[in-house]
Design a protein. Structure first.
Length: 277
């Protein structure tokens, strides 16, 4: 699989290097958070001042025994080296239940520059202040932009055709390894289903999965149209589905938190008018 340096995000990490904050890299599944961490490690290794880099990927089998926060905490302390800049990077931190207890303890000791990644369904922006006792800085990683798509495929002309292809296949870099659009669609569909059915339903303990799925699919079918919790609930209720505006609003919030949808505010509305849509 081909990789490109995502300079915008890498520059954010470089800018924050050495600050006392807990750096939290969030984003939709398969958006490139793990690769970004590796790019940052490459940058650290290029510096004249050598660092003690402690990298933990909790998806890898060799770190399976660290999926308990006491064990994780002990391992991190054991890897510390006196007299060096110690940098801690943990990928998919949410796989360790109560990971925040280990991270907060390490942070309180002030011995590591801390970077963590996590699926946005489990590491929400609104949760960061509650999870961590220290100050956090969030770096949100998105799928490939059109410019990054052009860079990946080394396209230097024919931008109209390239943009048409980009709109059809999307910005998930993991899909680009497949040669046919059908296979690329299958990949994106798998990412979507995993987030919807496994991540969100599990995190929020959603009982009515079909109702939740219907709202997501309805929103996808109406991309580019004006939508609100009010008109979505009215439309679905007309189809003999009993769902309240409050429930729709809650479900939309879940989908936004997971980066499956993004809100685009109406430019022609101001102040209290937003409350009426």
């Amino acid at each position: 699989m081909q990789f490109i340096v995502r300079q915008k995000y890498l520059d954010e990490l470089i800018e924050l290097y050495g600050t006392p904050d807990i750096k939290v890299i969030t984003g939709i599944r398969r958006s490139g958070k793990s690769v970004l961490l590796q790019e940052f490690i490459t940058y650290l290794q290029s510096l004249e001042e050598k660092s003690n880099i402690v990298m933990i990927n909790l998806q890898e089998l060799e770190f399976d025994y660290l999926l308990e926060y006491h064990a994780l905490h002990k391992y991190i302390l054991d890897q510390y080296k006196e007299g060096m800049t110690n940098v801690l990077l943990i990928d998919e931190v949410q796989l360790c239940p109560q990971f925040e207890l280990a991270i907060n303890s390490i942070y309180a000791k002030g011995i590591y520059d801390i970077y963590i990644t996590g699926s946005n369904a489990f590491l929400l922006s609104s949760d960061l202040a509650t999870l961590f006792t220290g100050r956090t800085m969030e770096i949100k990683v998105y799928p490939f932009s059109f410019m990054e798509y052009l860079t990946y495929y080394e396209i230097t002309d024919g931008y109209d055709d390239a943009f048409d292809q980009y709109v059809r296949t999307g910005g998930m870099p993991g899909a680009y390894v497949y040669k046919t659009e059908d296979r690329q669609y299958d990949y994106v569909r798998d990412v979507y289903s995993t987030i919807l059915v496994r991540d969100l339903v599990e995190k929020y303990k959603i009982r009515n999965k079909s109702e939740f799925t219907n709202i997501s699919e309805f929103m996808m079918d109406n991309i580019g149209n004006l939508l609100s919790p009010n008109n979505i609930s009215k439309t679905l209720n007309n189809d003999r589905s009993e769902i309240t505006r409050k429930t729709v609003s809650k479900y939309i919030g879940y989908l936004e938190n997971a980066f499956l949808f993004y809100e685009a505010k109406r430019y022609d509305l101001k102040g209290k008018k937003y409350l009426n849509i």
